[in-house]
Design a protein around this ligand. Structure first.
Ligand SMILES: OC[C@H]1O[C@H](O[C@H]2O[C@H](CO)[C@@H](O)[C@H](O)[C@H]2O)[C@H](O)[C@@H](O)[C@@H]1O
Length: 469
């Protein structure tokens, strides 16, 4: 493949070098900040050999080129456009200028939660293994593997400790990521997060019982009674505390001489943020977080099937906008405060549906390039990453996308009506079944059959009738 020629064609299709403000690349995609995305000639772009798909997300125009080729095309592209190589951060900054406040808020949340996702997904997978070892009724009626083979109980117990850690110390992980994002010192973010789950505080999961018994411990601050409670599994308290901590830290850094910063900046920032958090931020955000989760749980309890239909159908659309990462925060909050999430199983089915539609195009198409793209993006979607299938295949032909979201809506309706729950956030695709609470495996499996069969058969038949691929 002539990489220079490919780069020339790409540059022409995106509106020339005048339209390119900054460029970087990841493992498979060119990530471009364009002045005007309306200048992109989509048809021209799709017809370029190296291009396997393209999409716009969070103010960035991304072109799927593929591993091993993207870096070479990128080098030619920046040389031709004379823009200089940019880091991912620089392109993000250039893209940010085009965002409205809501898009910025959504992006901030995504930037905080995406870096902790590997730890959360790992926890979900390990909890899945624990599920298999400890849930009754999977292999024997009313007995689990560890009931039948007690010698495995120690292993199961060790697994739960390793798996649980990311959730028990979640505020530490969020504190690290949030303070890094806000521009402060990540190490202070970890500390403020861990302060919120210090073992000497009343565990948040025991708070309800303690309130009922009237045994919530308090600090007496000159007559002001402050509850001595932790914020295990909570998202909002540490998010707000991290923001405040960063503001205080940056304020002090700009005013205190470099040689004595170590003595003052950390201690003052942590102390002030800690006091503010225990007295104000924590209690207020804890209450707000609980209202949100209780509200959501109540809505889903009352209108389960309708909620499932809407969320199952809309999730694919949310991924296109990038807004889906906002729901990661909601899922984490749900798992943290209720121990399970009813939203995540629908996410996993929605991702599978997009993958199935891409597989149908693989079966139906005679075009080698499209076949290669649809099979690789189908596998990726079944393993939890749907953008290649969405932007490279399904949205390009529209009907695979429509069939996939319709199937996902039906599956969402079904599993919500059955009350399917996940014990954690796992790999949002076929392996997702291991993160589902064992008693709902059969219902989730029925949901999987829906999102595999309907998009596969529906898209295949439609494609054959339409003869457009
Ligand atoms: O929210 C938990 C899930 O997060 C990832 O999937 C989501 O983000 C992907 C990247 O933007 C997107 O392709 C996918 O459609 C979303 O569901 C992760 O890949 C999943 O394993 C995880 O469950």
């Amino acid at each position: 493949m002539n990489h220079k020629k490919q780069a020339e064609q790409i540059l022409e299709a995106i509106g020339g070098k005048e339209n390119l403000s900054a460029a970087t690349h990841c493992v498979t995609r060119l990530r471009l900040a364009l002045h005007d995305e309306g200048m992109v000639d989509q048809e021209k772009l799709n017809n370029i050999d190296a291009v396997k798909g393209s999409f716009s997300t969070n103010g960035q125009f991304q072109i799927v080129v593929g591993q091993g080729t993207v870096d070479k095309v990128y080098k030619e592209l920046v040389a031709l456009a004379d823009v200089g190589e940019s880091s991912k951060e620089e392109v993000k900054e250039a893209s940010k200028e085009k965002m409205n406040p809501l898009q910025r808020a959504i992006k901030t949340l995504a930037d905080i939660f995406i870096p902790i996702l590997p730890a959360i997904v790992t926890a979900g997978l390990l909890l899945g293994i624990n599920n298999i070892l400890t849930a009754q009724g999977i292999f024997w009626d009313e007995q689990s593997i560890i009931d039948v083979y007690p010698q495995w109980a120690g292993i199961a117990d060790m697994i739960i400790i390793i798996a649980n850690t990311a959730f028990v110390f979640l505020p530490g992980l969020i504190g690290w990521s949030a303070v890094k994002k806000f521009g402060g010192s990540p190490i202070l973010g970890i500390v403020i997060g861990l302060v919120l789950v210090h073992p000497d505080l009343l565990n948040a999961w025991s708070y309800g019982d303690a309130v009922a018994e009237g045994s919530v411990p308090t600090w007496d601050l000159f007559g002001l009674q402050v509850e001595k409670i932790g914020y295990q599994g909570q998202v909002l308290p540490v998010l707000v505390a991290s923001y405040v901590l960063t503001k205080i830290e940056l304020f002090l850094r700009h005013r205190i001489p470099d040689n004595i910063q170590l003595l003052f900046v950390g201690p003052i920032s942590l102390l002030l943020t800690g006091f503010l958090t225990f007295i104000l931020i924590g209690p207020i955000t804890f209450a707000i977080g609980n209202w949100i989760t209780d509200g959501l749980v109540n809505i889903f309890d009352t209108f389960a099937w309708l909620g499932g239909l809407i969320y199952g159908g809309l999730y694919g659309v949310l991924v296109i906008t990038g807004m889906h990462h906002t729901f990661l925060a909601v899922d984490i909050q749900l798992v943290g405060s209720t121990g399970t999430t009813f939203l995540w199983p629908m996410l996993a089915l929605s991702n599978i549906a997009q993958g199935s539609a891409a597989f149908a195009i693989w079966f139906a198409s005679k075009d080698d390039k499209l076949k290669g793209l649809s099979v690789s993006s189908g596998i990726s979607a079944w393993l939890g990453i749907t953008e290649p299938a969405l932007f490279g295949v399904n949205l390009r032909f529209k009907y695979p996308f429509v069939i996939a979201i319709s199937s996902s809506a039906i599956a969402g309706l079904y599993i919500s009506a059955q009350g399917v729950l996940a014990s954690s956030i796992g790999v949002g695709g076929v392996p997702g079944i291991f993160s589902i609470v064992a008693e709902y495996w059969v219902d989730f499996a029925i949901g999987m059959v829906i999102v595999i069969v309907l998009p596969l058969v529906g898209t295949y038949l439609y494609a054959k009738r339409k003869r457009d691929i």
